[in-house]
Design a protein around this ligand. Structure first.
Ligand code: BGC
Length: 984
């Protein structure tokens, strides 16, 4: 695992404070727009954040000074020629808006900050940081979009199936279905579901079958395979992933070179044989109809005087490959590439090397690459030196320039997809001759790195799966139309190492076939990828099952936050499902710094909103559905609000307020008497609940109320009191309508489901006197179900916090520690390493659920992660961005200890509690420049000590009040160790 940068910085900072600095604070971990030293941003008023650390209690920042200079030299001399904020009396340390000279395209900004401590003593300057501006105006781009012209073959040649065999295992019965498949193609069907209905024959009704196809298209031959009930996707166009290149001369030494680059599709770019950056699957997915994100790299070190070359690979990706739910060539037919290299010589002259019609293209060894299908690579077709100067490109074709000037180019403002870590296989087995199955021990998302040695022309096939059949073979039916097969053809010159570039799979198991000799265990390495959001949270407790649950949640987040928050990584879906994102976002903010990730995605969300105001079901919006679905559409309000609450980000509210307002107005005009009993789009209800149908209009009305309430609060935050009053009134009116329609005088809510009660409590829809009654009904329902939950995606996110807030933490704990079906620990008990889509994805009695919808890596039901951090660990924001913190751990007998760390935007917050008999120890870490309200559980206030002394004498600790079985203190920053006596 990568070492968290913040942790390193903190350790260094503390050493620094204690050894060198006489001031009480150190200022560090500088970020601009949430990112470390970002290049090519387009925010002209970027926001700057830092944290301060101190080794004394009750530390506060009383003032700061920011210097922004146009060169490191000026910064070093203390001259903020772009901005010198002067000494600003303020305790704000996050998201300070740059207020210096107007920033222009390409500008380099070097900055540092110093802070004054609580005694008004100034600390040392922070380490230097920087950001650069991107290309802010369309006129800054002189590069042209280019696409390749295949150097071989004829793309107009028809697709012909040479041989199609439907077979039951390698030695089983088989049927020749060549003619059937050719007739499908004639009728324009390129996606064929492999079953008796489509193929007209079943060679063996008792066996699991497989279709193998050899085809010819565009002058090339190719092979494809798919298992029974999966969709075989035949190529719509046969062009392999192209190499693109340009060689160029640089006259004299280079002082600085910056590459601005992107694609409609996916690219990797090299200069002089070296890879630029470590991004994968770039650029990040957007609604390309609205905008394309470009990346900026400092490539000074890659260039030299004399001959140079730039080379790129360009794949279909989300733009023109297969995307979820049957989408193919959704945004366009051919991918395109755009690159602008800006060189400044030492003597001050400048030069640009841009994509244009002087570039050349050639087929690369990547014969095809697609998210759903996988990647085919023939290493015999590699061209040595393709990305280096001096290549004879005589046989390369000219590229085509195409006009894409209507597309808006914007900078990428989020952490890119990167390789996160590697997994070594635990075992390799050969359940069927010739098919070696590797178990990586963890359901993961990414690709396999293959290391083999075999004769030239050996075709190795890698098939991926999340689970195994009882006979030890791969269970792949749940992949639906995503064959997920990578193929590698050896060149036969010793040990060969390869990994696919432009695809990814969700898998724990991979089968290698095509080798004659058994492969060794190290033939396979799992390469885990994901949007590289910095890890911020760790949770551990005395129950190993809960720790596994937390691990499953984190793995689910890592694998599904790929460019956008997706639903699942393995089947033919992988879309930015809005409901999934909304129920999980709070959990996500504890596990990782997702602020920049959501800053980008929420733009996709607004892009997908209909003119009438309905938010879409998926973002980027690739569905033709009308949208407007309760809980799914509400993502457009809940997600900005959560980012505001967790990071104190007002700008995100400001930016999305118009869309949020439009959505609430849409719901109002598409309801009857404020009840959402119509126009709810596809309406998924409490998706995947267990025998508990919550009325869909009730869910719609509850979410209508909730979004309206959040909108009112947002208006208030943004200083729009009149609007806030208007939406508060609307919220009150919806509540009245809700109670009238759905809630009885005894607190019973229509449907009598856990989802209905949990939502009504959590969204504050009930009058005060009915809250305890509703909570009691909820508790009774759970009890009647043998301490089991029955909620689906929607209800589950509210369930545990609602119970706990209503004073029923015992019931919440009971649900969390339940391990019989349905429960969170049921899947853990059965070996899950990620969160399953369904409570009953697999059961001992029935085996696998319906393969039509059975992902083993869906994070939605993992929304209980928020409870682990926020309630068991007890770390919650008392004000936006954790400037003030609530520490309120829920301690029950199921656990004897829990330890929770969370790197907030203000620094590390931590709790660690331990129970021995009746004695509780609660250790708390509160970051400098914040304060916390700490609730110390314990029946006897007098028994409470802090760091071994009576709490009355503790430094920076102030008694506030007694509350039920807790004593509440206000504390300043620092490390605390409370002890108390609790009831057992
Ligand atoms: C997805 C879900 C999504 C749902 C809508 C499914 O196919 O995988 O996670 O929210 O559709 O109900």
């Amino acid at each position: 695992m990568r070492i968290d940068r913040l942790k390193q910085v903190l350790i260094l900072g503390m050493v620094f404070i204690s050894s060198i600095c006489s001031a009480a604070v150190a200022t560090q971990y500088l970020r601009c727009e949430y990112l470390n030293d970002p290049l090519g941003i387009d925010a002209t008023r970027p926001r700057l954040s830092w944290i301060i650390t101190s080794n004394r209690r009750g530390e506060m920042q009383t003032a700061y000074q920011i210097l922004v200079a146009s060169s490191p030299k000026l910064l070093n001399e203390g001259q903020g020629d772009l901005w010198d904020s002067g000494k600003v009396s303020s305790d704000e340390s996050s998201q300070i808006t740059y207020a210096g000279d107007p920033l222009i395209s390409r500008e380099s900004c070097f900055w540092k900050v110093r802070t004054w401590d609580r005694d008004g003593k100034v600390g040392d300057w922070s380490p230097d940081a920087q950001w650069t501006m991107g290309l802010l105006q369309p006129a800054d781009w002189s590069a042209k979009w280019i696409e390749s012209v295949p150097s071989t073959g004829d793309t107009n040649a028809p697709l012909i199936i040479r041989q199609a065999t439907y077979e039951a295992g390698a030695e089983g019965q088989s049927a020749d279905v060549t003619a059937v498949l050719n007739s499908h193609i004639k009728q324009g069907r390129l996606n064929v579901v492999v079953n008796r209905e489509t193929l007209g024959v079943d060679p063996d009704t008792n066996a699991v079958k497989r279709l193998r196809v050899e085809y010819e298209y565009g002058g090339r031959t190719g092979k494809k395979e798919a298992d029974e009930n999966q969709t075989l996707m035949l190529p719509g166009h046969s062009a392999p992933v192209p190499y693109l290149r340009k060689s160029f001369e640089l006259e004299s030494p280079v002082q600085r070179a910056v590459l601005y680059v992107t694609a409609l599709g996916l690219y990797e770019v090299n200069i002089n044989g070296q890879r630029v950056g470590d991004h994968l699957l770039a650029p990040d997915w957007t609604d390309y109809r609205m905008r394309v994100r470009y990346q900026t790299f400092d490539v000074t070190g890659l260039l030299k005087t004399g001959g140079n070359a730039m080379g790129a690979l360009l794949a279909d990706g989300w733009f023109s490959g297969h995307i979820g739910n049957g989408g193919y060539e959704f945004f366009g037919k051919e991918p395109a590439f755009l690159a602008q290299l800006e060189v400044t010589y030492v003597d001050g002259r400048t030069e640009r090397i841009v994509t244009d019609d002087t570039w050349k293209s050639h087929d690369s060894p990547i014969l095809s690459s697609d998210f759903m299908l996988g990647e085919d690579y023939d290493s015999r077709l590699e061209i040595k030196g393709w990305d280096q100067p001096g290549l004879d490109a005589g046989k390369w074709s000219a590229v085509m320039v195409r006009d894409e000037s209507s597309r808006q180019l914007e900078s990428q403002v989020m952490p890119p997809v990167r390789e996160i870590c590697e997994l070594n296989p635990k075992t390799v087995k050969e359940p069927k001759p010739g098919g070696w199955i590797y178990d990586l021990g963890q359901n993961m998302v990414g690709v396999v790195r293959l290391k083999v040695s075999a004769p030239a022309g050996t075709r190795i096939i890698l098939r991926h799966a999340e689970m195994l059949n009882p006979d030890g073979t791969l269970y792949r039916r749940n992949l639906r139309g995503a064959p997920s097969i990578d193929q590698y053809v050896c060149k036969g010159d010793g040990v060969e190492i390869w990994q696919p570039r432009f695809t990814f799979h969700g898998f724990r198991y991979v089968e290698i076939s095509g080798l004659t000799n058994p492969p060794t265990l190290d033939a396979v390495t799992g390469i885990v990828i994901g949007s590289d959001t910095p890890r911020t949270g760790e949770f551990a407790c005395s129950d190993a099952r809960i720790n596994q649950l937390q691990s499953n949640i984190q793995w689910g987040q890592r694998g599904n936050y790929i460019s956008v928050p997706t639903d699942c990584p393995q089947r033919d879906e992988r879309l930015g499902w809005m409901g999934d994102a909304e129920v999980f976002i709070c959990t996500a903010t504890y596990n990782a710094d997702v602020a920049a990730f959501f800053t980008k995605w929420l733009v996709d969300v607004d892009d997908g909103q209909s003119p009438a105001g309905a938010f879409s079901n998926v973002s980027p919006n690739t569905s033709r559905d009308v949208g407007g679905v309760p809980a799914w559409g509400d993502s457009g309000v809940i997600c900005p609000w959560t980012i505001y609450e967790m990071y104190g980000d007002q700008r995100i509210l400001e930016q999305h307020l118009p869309a949020m307002r439009k959505w609430v107005d849409y719901m109002q005009s598409h309801s009857d008497g404020l009840i959402r009993d119509k126009d709810r789009g596809e309406d998924f209800g409490d998706w995947l609940s267990i025998n508990a149908d919550t009325p869909k209009d009730l869910i719609g009305t509850a979410y209508f109320a909730y979004s309206t309430h959040l909108l009112a609060k947002s208006c208030r935050v943004l200083g729009r009191p009149a609007e806030a009053d208007k939406y508060d009134q609307l919220f009150a009116d919806i509540k009245t309508a809700f109670n009238k329609r759905y809630v009885a005088a005894d607190g019973r809510i229509q449907g009598n489901t856990q989802c209905a009660y949990a939502m009504a409590l959590q969204f504050e829809l009930l009058p005060e006197d009915l809250r305890p009654k509703a909570a009691q009904h909820l508790k009774e329902d759970i009890k009647a179900k043998g301490n089991h939950l029955s909620t689906g995606f929607v209800g589950v996110s509210c369930l545990l916090p609602a119970l706990t807030q209503a004073g029923k933490a015992d019931t919440a704990y009971g649900l969390l520690f339940q391990d019989t079906f349905p429960s969170w620990l049921f899947s853990v008990k059965h070996g899950a390493t990620t969160i399953w889509e369904r409570w009953d994805g697999w059961t001992p009695e029935r085996g696998f659920q319906d393969p039509g919808m059975n992902s083993f890596n869906h994070y939605s039901l993992g929304s209980c992660g928020e409870y682990l951090f926020g309630y068991i660990g007890g770390i919650r924001p008392a004000s936006p961005g954790f400037k003030t913190i609530l520490i309120d751990p829920v301690i029950r007998h199921d656990l004897t200890w829990a330890s929770t760390d969370f790197d907030s935007i203000h620094g590390k917050i931590a709790t660690a509690w331990k129970v021995r008999g009746k004695r509780l120890t609660l250790e708390v870490v509160v970051p400098a420049n914040t304060t916390a309200t700490v609730c110390v559980p314990g029946w006897n206030q007098a028994s409470i000590t802090e760091s071994g002394k009576s709490v009355e004498n503790a430094e920076a600790v102030k008694f506030l009040r007694r509350e039920n079985d807790k004593t509440v203190f206000e504390v300043g920053s620092g490390n605390y160790k409370f002890t108390s006596e609790i009831r057992r």
